[in-house]
Design a protein around this ligand. Structure first.
Ligand SMILES: C[S@@+](CC[C@H](N)C(=O)[O-])C[C@H]1O[C@@H](n2cnc3c(N)ncnc32)[C@H](O)[C@@H]1O
Length: 755
């Protein structure tokens, strides 16, 4: 299956390959040893395609022109460079594995070992090529010598080096060991006598601990696993590996390990503590609390001084767990502290190479519980598949759901280069398509690491026409399904990060929020993203049986743009706006386009943002355009969105150029009334405009009333209804609004205070 992104295409095999490489390889900050590379390659075999036979094409090539003086050794390869006119002589030292491309390990005569990936060897059809054969375990067996021309030395998607060849024509296979051209070559290793030195359990544990201390949890897990293979009942290794799994958010695996450790040693304190953490990660809060309370009791009667620190951490974890349980059961969240946590974790700094990195390692991934109100359920909706339905009447601003992302990817976290790129560009700009690709790859990784998660993920809409029961039961990680699930269900963070000054873009996948269907206008549910936490509230009163709707696109872009996107995700939208747009005559559409063009070319550029420089003629022209655009939609005034920004500009022109605040105020109020029924984020700005204009007119009481309304508009989507008579809540709301929208709120506050 091919995924079409904005600038490029990617195959599901390529995504799978990237995910697998990242899973099996460790980014150790030094050149890997032969043994390390061999052991990683053995894990790759597990993911290789051992079922299908692939058609391989490679013609016999002339070696007579090769001059051994031009041979290059692996040690002299430079990342990102194609050594012109040079060639590598190497021999295969591991089995070939086919994922998207063909992978093996090679060594040069000096004994340097490196990974080799061959692209485009398997894309030939049998009919086209006479000189071809099938891949099986005897394909280019260990010991086969290769000459590789025009190779490039790259950093693969897993962050490690690899020799990369795109063209089968550049590879000469030496099928005979006694080939005369290479008679004089001396190989420094003897393949037959290769003995891999094995480690003891203690050595594995020691190496694991060393990697753990370097925060290299994947490498630590490999080492602990090596030890566990030798001694499956080793409690320390299981308990240590559980902690490494916890650091990678692999909670199922962590729980498994703690349970094994506790089976062999029920009194193992650290294993019990880690079990509590794993249960919490799996959102099994009550079980986590029971485990930790039990541990805490045991610790408090233990007089051993060594356990003081674990006692303290258990107490803290228990408190945190109780907080999460309250969030989960009652939907009670401390929004102020969550916003602080978000702002802290969203901070970015430059690393030594000038890249953006999080100040706090993990970025804005917040440690809070999910919540789901009892009053909504997933049901069938005619023409839309499944959707969320109200089981009873639901008041405005009710918290319906809080959901932690299955996975989020922020744009600066995306590696700009992947193994599949044929170009050598190391600093490819990272666009949204790279984020989508990265999300697919990281979801594949997550499922490969914890296949239990296939069950909940594979339930999501994927528009594929095949029965997934078998794949769910067998927990098969399928890149086609995952790619489609990401395509149809992911949320872009770019337009949804509500907190000012935390300019994060990215993409994420949430499970339960994926069941909301779309409407361009008349949505009744509002999303509020804080990093990977998604808060969802009713936007207005919802009646029993009504469907809960969000908007995937917003309504301010024109029909062509909206419908192009909606069609790409399988939606023929039947909302009021789309019906109206579709029913409009060509003549009306043309006239609107002309008016918008006149505004763009001859008005907008002649008035600055805050309405200065607007002479009476421009104001008249602008008024005419607004009036005519509205008349084009006269029966549906609330569906006229093109004049929104124009009218704001007009009001600024009246206030700041024509010195007519009264007229400015009436335009702003009219605008507010226009859009009261259609939720638009700009409503908040209009309320602040009204606040300022009232203050300019010295109507301070009215100004404060609008300011308070604006504050409510900012915070209610997050914290719910703020009652006018609740003084404490109103104060809290203002503090929150200052955190959410500091620039605007503070600027307006300052402006009205100075008047
Ligand atoms: C994120 S899913 C929403 C949940 C989905 N209905 C399900 O059954 O899982 C998006 C898909 O829902 C369907 N959908 C959403 N909104 C729709 C609408 N307004 N009209 C028709 N189909 C819609 C489309 O198939 C779309 O690709």
């Amino acid at each position: 299956m091919k995924y079409q992104f904005i600038n490029n295409q990617a195959t599901s095999e390529r995504m799978m390959q990237s995910a697998v490489l990242r899973l099996i390889t460790n980014n150790i900050p030094r050149k890997k040893t032969r043994e390390e590379l061999i052991s990683e390659h053995e894990k790759l075999e597990f993911f290789g395609d051992g079922v299908n036979k692939y058609f391989i094409h490679n013609t016999c090539k002339d070696k007579s022109s090769l001059n051994l003086q031009l041979r290059i050794s692996i040690a002299n390869l430079q990342v990102g460079r194609v050594p012109i006119n040079r060639f590598l002589i190497c021999r295969v030292i591991a089995r070939f594995v086919k994922i998207d491309a063909l992978f093996t390990l090679v060594e040069d005569p000096e004994g340097n070992v490196e990974r080799l990936v061959l692209y485009n060897w398997t894309n030939y059809s049998e009919k086209d090529q006479s000189n071809s054969f099938y891949i099986d375990q005897f394909f280019l067996p260990v010991g086969t010598q290769l000459v590789i021309k025009n190779l490039s030395y790259q950093i693969a998607t897993d962050g490690n080096t690899i020799i990369h060849s795109d063209n089968p024509e550049d590879v000469i296979v030496i099928y005979r060991n006694d080939d005369e051209l290479f008679n004089d070559l001396k190989w420094s290793t003897d393949l037959k006598e290769e003995v891999v030195k094995s480690k003891t359990v203690d050595e594995f544990r020691h190496c694991g601990n060393e990697y753990f201390a370097l925060n290299n949890y994947k490498a630590a897990i490999d080492e602990y696993s090596g030890g566990i293979k030798l001694e499956p009942e080793n409690v320390t290794l299981h308990s240590n590996r559980a902690e490494a799994y916890l650091r990678l958010d692999q909670f199922f695996n962590a729980l498994d390990d703690t349970e094994i450790a506790l089976k062999y040693e029920p009194g193992h304190l650290k294993a019990a503590y880690r079990k509590g953490k794993a249960l919490c990660g799996l959102k099994r809060y009550q079980e986590a609390i029971i485990t930790l309370r039990d541990l805490y009791q045991r610790l408090s009667i233990n007089t051993n001084h060594d356990i003081a620190s674990i006692e303290k951490s258990t107490e803290q974890l228990l408190k945190h767990m109780e907080l999460l349980a309250t969030e989960n059961e009652k939907g009670q969240y401390d929004f102020e502290s969550i916003i602080d946590e978000y702002c802290e974790k969203a901070k970015i700094k430059k690393d030594s190479k000038g890249n953006d990195v999080w100040v706090n390692n993990v970025g804005p991934r917040l440690d809070h519980a999910d919540y789901l109100i009892d009053d909504i359920e997933i049901g069938n909706v005619k023409g839309k598949g499944r959707g969320w339905i109200a089981k009873c009447d639901i008041p405005e601003n009710t918290l319906l759901m809080v959901s932690k992302a299955f996975k989020t990817v922020y744009s600066h976290e995306v590696l700009g280069h992947a193994i599949g790129n044929t170009s050598n560009k190391q600093t490819e700009s990272v666009g949204s398509s790279s984020c989508i690709e990265e999300l697919i790859i990281s979801v594949i990784q997550k499922l490969v690491a914890e296949p239990y998660l296939c069950r909940e993920l594979y339930q999501l809409h994927d528009s594929l026409d095949f029965d997934k029961t078998d794949k769910i039961n067998k927990k098969l990680v399928n890149a086609d399904i995952i790619g489609n699930i990401v395509k149809y269900n992911s949320f872009s963070l770019a337009n949804n990060v509500i907190i000012e000054n935390t300019d994060l873009s990215g993409i994420g996948l949430w499970i339960l929020p994926s069941y909301f269907n779309h409407s361009c206008v008349d949505k009744n549910v509002k999303l509020f993203f804080l990093g990977d936490l998604l808060f969802i509230r009713s936007l207005r009163p919802i009646s029993k049986g009504e469907e809960l709707i969000i908007s995937y696109t917003g309504c301010s872009s024109n029909y062509e743009i909206r419908s192009r996107y909606l069609q790409s995700v399988g939606i023929d939208c039947q909302c009021r706006l789309c019906k109206l747009d579709k029913s409009e005559s060509e003549k009306t559409k043309l006239r609107r386009a002309q008016l918008l063009n006149t505004y763009k070319t001859s008005i907008e550029s002649r008035i600055s943002n805050n309405g200065i420089n607007a002479n009476p003629t421009i104001i008249k022209e602008l008024e005419k355009i607004i009036a005519e655009l509205r008349s084009l939609r006269k029966e549906h005034p609330d569906l006229e969105f093109d004049t929104l920004e124009m009218s704001r500009l007009l009001s600024f022109a009246y206030a700041n150029s024509a010195n007519n605040n009264k007229r400015a105020l009436s335009i702003q109020k009219e605008l507010y009334d226009y859009y009261k029924t259609v939720y638009l984020p700009t409503k908040f700005y209009i309320m602040l405009d009204i606040t300022i204009t009232n203050a300019a007119l010295k109507r301070m009481k009215e100004s404060m009333r609008w300011f308070n309304l604006a504050v409510k508009a900012v915070v209610e989507p997050l914290i719910g209804k703020v009652k006018d008579d609740d003084v404490a809540l109103k104060k809290k709301a203002l503090n929150l609004a200052k955190k959410i929208s500091p620039d605007r709120i503070l600027a307006v506050k300052r402006a009205i205070d100075s008047m």
